[in-house]
Design a protein around this ligand. Structure first.
Ligand code: BES
Ligand code: MN
Ligand code: MN
Length: 452
């Protein structure tokens, strides 16, 4: 173990350089124009795994972004650790809001400023670097390690899900490690045992056959943009509680033990508010911050569009308007029942003066795997030793749909290592990733491999 740890220290700069190379590839999976960059990042990662002593291949499939599958040299009788991560990133617009170009890694006060640093190239690469430290610094890994790194996590793809179902034997392991959630606070890691699920939907409201003069027709023809605004406003009450009939029916509340544990976590709502940049926080009355973020469902409008957006004014009734929605789901909610409830609600609230179309996007159930047993204990110990502080036990509000597939098909509850400081601005302009967090994550990986 000491030799692997000291390899990571001695070669710290080289590992950082690798991180900078990785994040400079704009592997935006949602935007077709960047498909070749997603291929390039897969190829870069494959080569880096080889450098780390991991035999790796890029798995391609028509119309889907490539996966990288890596496997360490087989040690008979040793346990196998499966590591999941993603090498794709979110789009960067609005570009004008970035302080530094998103794909030209810049370190400011020890913090890497670029897209994909925290979500999820830094944490994913940290585990590859941990394998490198064992293989190149200590004569070999003490365990078997398999990497499964996908290129379409951010865009709801199903390439890896198909791969898991079609090749479960290639991925059989004793535990599953995922580094794709935040830690608890700067320098304080987290062991996360719950994720919210997700369901995306899109609505479109069509009115007249073309844009109409708002003087010639206004007052006699319904306005689709107004209907979209009314419809999205019916989804929640003003206090943030969900107003869709049936949507809360199956929601499972945390049990007494978990509620007690959640109640003991330090909470600083003002710090959370300040980091968010919002003038005030919001949410269901009577529910604590962690409850609102982790164990309550939400419905959000991600975007709303339609009508004239150019300079000056244009007096029209737009022919159509639309909105993108995403719901966060909690344990016991079934994505297909949620879709049915929302559709029923929208149809009931939509006036007959327009035509409503609801398109269903991707869905995934929530995940709740209370951390118990020897693997969770090893994860806890690895993080405590690497960070010098105990990890906090948390859930997270985001979603990693593939975790559910690993759980179902391979029977592996994920060990979610929260390794980086919150406030990383994932999915937003000015994403940041403290370099110290990268090195801590490498050490946590080295230690976990060492005691696995
Ligand atoms: N790393 C996040 C998931 C995450 C975020 C977990 C915050 C816990 C806390 C992941 O890359 C992500 O963004 N997932 C998407 C999934 C979606 C595109 C299907 C999400 O949560 O929106
Ligand atoms: Mn991620
Ligand atoms: Mn993400």
């Amino acid at each position: 173990m000491d030799r692997a740890l000291s390899y990571a220290t001695t070669n710290g700069r080289a590992l950082e350089k690798a991180l900078f190379e990785f994040v400079s590839i704009p592997s935006i999976s949602a935007q077709p124009a960047y498909a070749a960059e997603v291929v390039r990042s897969a190829e870069w990662l494959r080569a880096r795994m080889e450098h780390a002593g991991i035999a790796a291949r890029v798995v391609s499939s028509a119309g889907q972004h490539p996966l990288v599958i890596g496997r360490s040299k087989q040690i008979d009788g040793a346990p196998t650790v499966l590591v999941y991560g993603h090498h794709d990133v979110q789009p960067v617009d609005p570009l004008s809001e970035w302080d530094y170009p998103p794909f030209e890694p810049t370190v400011v006060d020890g913090v890497l400023r670029c897209r994909g640093g925290a979500d999820d190239k830094g944490p994913t690469l940290a585990m590859v670097c941990a394998a490198e430290a064992w293989n190149r610094g200590a004569g070999g890994l003490p365990v078997n390690v398999i990497f499964a790194v996908e290129g379409e996590e951010e865009s709801g793809g199903h390439h890896l899900a198909d791969f898991i179902r079609e090749h479960p034997d290639e991925l059989r392991a004793d535990c599953l490690v995922i580094l794709d959630v935040a830690g608890f606070a700067a320098g304080v890691p987290a062991l996360c045992y719950g994720l919210r699920g997700i369901q995306t939907m899109e609505i479109r409201v069509d009115g007249p056959s073309r844009d109409l003069h708002s003087g010639g027709y206004g007052g006699a023809v319904q306005n689709p943009a107004e209907v979209v605004a009314r419809l999205v406003a019916t989804l929640r009450h003003p206090d943030g509680s969900i107003a869709v009939d049936g949507l809360l029916d199956d929601v499972a509340e945390p049990d007494a033990a978990e509620s007690a544990r959640m109640g003991e976590l330090p909470v600083d709502e003002e710090a959370f508010r300040a980091e968010s940049g919002a003038p005030a926080l919001f949410g269901e009355p009577g529910r604590g911050l962690y409850e609102r973020l982790w164990s309550r469902p939400t419905v959000e409008v991600n975007g709303i569009f339609g009508g004239y957006q150019g300079a000056g004014s244009k007096t029209i009734i737009p022919a159509w308007a639309g909105a993108k929605l995403s719901l966060r789901l909690v344990p016991n909610q079934d994505p297909s029942k949620v879709v049915a409830a929302v559709k029923r609600h929208l149809e009931r609230h939509c006036p007959p003066t327009v035509k409503l179309t609801v398109t269903v996007g991707h869905g995934a159930a929530a995940l709740l795997t209370p951390p118990a047993g020897p693997w969770a204990e090893k994860a806890r110990r690895a993080m405590a030793d690497a960070y010098g502080v105990e990890p906090k036990l948390v859930r997270a509000g985001g979603s990693i749909p593939i975790a559910q597939v690993f759980h179902e098909v391979l029977g592996l509850p994920p060990l979610l290592f929260g390794t980086y400081s919150p406030g990383e601005r994932a999915h937003a302009p000015n994403e940041r990733y403290p370099i110290a967090d990268f090195h801590s994550a490498v050490r946590a990986g080295i230690r976990f491999f060492g005691i696995a």
